[in-house]
Design a protein around this ligand. Structure first.
Ligand SMILES: Cc1ncc(C[n+]2csc(CCOP(=O)(O)OP(=O)(O)O)c2C)c(N)n1
Ligand SMILES: CC(=O)[C@@H](O)[C@H](O)COP(=O)(O)O
Ligand SMILES: [Mg+2]
Length: 647
């Protein structure tokens, strides 16, 4: 157990407004204590530490200067908001971060009035902030525009997403009063990629940090007097001649920076000036920070401690679980490498998640055939579509939850044109501590309704290798497969290279006569366990692995429906998914007219909070126990007692 840090000043803060009673020097001490408190909290819970450490001074400065929650502070992604949570009335629960029943690891409207906008998917903060700023102006016509400030804090990685540009494009034209803080730590989860990242680096290296005098002079020059505008334009023009106007200025923002984001002597007066300005375009304040700042093990780590498990504060050593079976992610990467060894047209695309998707391993083996496009899921999909038009075989590896963002690209750019893009959807199903925002709940439903999509879900790691091979061999249109977060079962040997399976063909693992359990994905083990329990009760069960949600193995489905009294489908997905596809088929074939008792078991129609995945699936009612209960309920009272007669 790591000892709690000594935090005399932090202990005096109940609400952020208390910070206004402190001098600049005291605020520096508050920042030091807040950093220690954040390290201590995350050492007990695990979580996104590096990003939070990088914004400690920024968090203190914003809360000391602005009047939250009346002023709106929006954290992009929300994974850096732990110090903000500590300062905004959640310190007593910070040790429950990401724990069952505890605080969320992201910002969340239902958690606090200091979280005006929930997040976890990136690059939404400028749009949301602009909406709030415009609402302010609409609701208080004639009011002073500095009565309420809106501050969006967005990271350099998140700045690579299309949404951020869409929002800036709109904000720059609307000239609504909005403060965007670009928190540039030169890191995404992995090192950042792309021209924007290179541009920001150039901007920083071509312009040394502004001195306090320069910052203040610059801001004072801008605000407010319209008459000064001409002079300012001349000034900007002259400066542009020397250093080049920034992209942000070209987009209609007033650019201030770069500023040392750890220097409170600069941040405090600058933010006060921006707060008090009543006129002007949206402001982009460019602060340079360090991910993991102030905690040596984090500063030294290549990933700057983006996400850590519980750890020892003194050594920084993380409590890693003893190595278990390989993860599905690792199995996917290995299988893809095996395919790519044989077919040089295979390439892989990630949207800023090389390690999360296993494509870091693929990239080591095939650097020229690996594309990290930044946090740009929409672009990733259409980029892959373009590759496919020319005969390249792209595997787009995106978490199920993040593929949501590229829905129209999947429909319009890929499926409608029947382009053979392969979608590897990691983190399918419930993911644990990241909670509802990251649950891969919806992909079966949102892809299942698209014509010509082929959808697969492996029931274990060996099946995953076979599905990678199937996708590699399939050239007739889009094909997708989904697999869960974390370790596989480690029960079946995984072949060095998979063997393609027949498209649209499932398999039967156990034959029975009373009950049919048809599984799509890794709940198959729960079905097999349930079948054992039901057999012990005298109910004989067939267990089948659908393998495909689309095209459905209709022959298998019909056969199960015809020869069993009860049929249950299982999936790690939302309503309107696999069960709905099966039900639609059965209904059209009249199976229900002849009395089939059909029970589609899927995730409940609700957003499930963070918990351990096992507990989440218990809550969702997708365990072996729940299957047994469902079957017995379907059979009616006395089913188990009467079961031997039915078997
Ligand atoms: C739409 C979307 N894609 C991917 C992610 C995964 N993700 C979470 S944080 C992150 C990096 C963000 O980098 P940056 O904005 O610079 O923040 P930093 O962690 O460096 O503070 C990524 C890729 C996400 N949250 N949302
Ligand atoms: C904040 C964010 O979106 C990612 O860091 C995410 O938490 C990664 O999840 P995995 O741990 O499943 O890769
Ligand atoms: Mg960053």
């Amino acid at each position: 157990m790591n000892p709690a840090p000594h935090t005399p000043l932090l202990d005096r803060i109940r609400i952020p407004a208390d910070l206004k009673n402190f001098s600049a020097d005291q605020l520096k001490q508050v920042a030091a204590e807040l950093r220690a408190e954040t390290v201590h909290a995350v050492s007990q819970t695990g979580g996104h530490l590096g990003a939070s450490l990088g914004v400690v001074e920024l968090t203190v400065a914003i809360h000391a200067v602005f009047d939250t929650p009346r002023d709106k502070l929006i954290w992009d992604v929300g994974h850096q908001a732990y110090p903000h949570k500590i300062l905004t009335g959640r310190r007593d629960r910070i040790h429950t971060l990401r724990q069952p029943g505890g605080l969320s690891g992201f910002t969340r409207r239902s958690e606090s009035e200091y979280d005006p906008f929930g997040a976890a998917h990136s690059s939404t903060s400028i749009s949301a902030g602009l909406g709030m700023a415009v609402a302010r102006d609409l609701l208080r016509p004639g009011g002073k525009r500095n009565e309420q400030s809106v501050i969006s804090v967005i990271g350099d990685g998140s700045m690579s997403a299309g949404m951020a540009y869409e929002a800036m494009n709109n904000a720059g034209a609307m000239r609504s009063r909005l403060i965007v803080v670009l928190n540039d730590n030169d890191m995404s989860i992995a090192p950042p990629v792309g021209a924007m990242s290179a541009y920001l680096s150039r901007l920083i290296s071509s312009r040394p940090f502004l001195s306090l005098r320069e910052v203040m002079a610059k801001v004072a020059r801008r605000f407010p007097a319209p008459l000064e505008r001409v002079a300012r334009r001349a000034d900007e023009f002259a400066r542009g001649m020397l250093t080049g106007g920034t992209l942000f200025e070209e987009m209609g923002f007033y650019y201030v920076g770069p500023i040392d984001g750890h220097n409170l002597d600069h941040l405090l007066p600058l933010l006060r000036n921006l707060r008090d300005a009543d006129t002007g375009p949206p402001v982009l304040l460019h602060v340079v920070t360090q991910k993991g700042k102030g905690y040596p093990p984090a500063e030294a780590a290549p990933d700057k401690y983006h996400a850590v498990s519980k750890f020892n504060v003194v050594t920084g050593a993380q409590n890693k679980a003893p190595p278990g079976p390989p993860t599905y992610t690792a199995t996917f990467a290995k299988a893809l490498i095996a395919e790519a060894e044989q077919d040089e047209r295979i390439v892989a695309v990630t949207a800023a998640m090389p390690s999360g998707t296993g494509l870091d391993a693929f990239g080591k083996r095939f650097p020229r055939r690996t594309f990290d496009v930044g946090i740009a899921e929409q672009h990733a999909v259409t980029f892959a579509a373009g590759l496919a038009t020319e005969g390249i075989k792209p595997f787009v590896a995106i978490y199920s939850t993040f593929l949501q963002r590229a829905y129209d690209q999947v429909v319009h750019d890929v499926a409608l044109q029947k382009l053979p893009v392969r979608f590897a959807m990691d983190r399918a199903g419930l993911v644990g501590a990241d909670g509802a925002t990251h649950a891969g709940a919806f992909d079966i439903a949102y892809l299942g309704c698209i014509p010509d999509m082929v959808l697969m879900a492996p029931s274990d790691e060996a099946e995953l290798a076979h599905m990678v091979a199937t996708a590699a061999a399939f050239d007739d249109g889009p094909i997708a497969f989904r697999f869960p977060r974390g370790e596989g079962f480690g029960l079946e040997p995984v072949p060095a290279r998979g063997t393609p399976v027949e498209i649209g063909r499932g398999r039967v693992l156990r034959e029975g006569s009373a009950v049919a359990l048809l599984s799509y994905g890794t709940r198959l083990r729960e079905c097999l366990a349930a079948a054992e329990e039901l057999a012990a009760l005298g109910l004989s069960c067939t267990v089948a692995d659908a393998r495909f949600a689309k095209p459905l193995d209709t022959a298998l489905v019909d056969q199960l429906a015809r020869h069993h009294e009860v049929m249950v489908t299982l999936e790690e997905g939302s309503v309107c998914g696999f069960g709905a596809l099966v039900m639609q088929h059965l209904a059209m074939g009249g199976a229900f007219d002849s009395g089939l008792k059909f029970r589609p078991m899927c995730l409940p129609d609700a957003f499930l909070d963070h918990d351990t995945p096992k507990a989440q699936y218990e809550t969702a009612g997708l365990s072996a126990r729940a299957i047994v209960a469902q079957v017995l309920a379907a059979m009616g009272p006395g089913a188990a007692a009467a079961a031997p007669a039915r078997a």
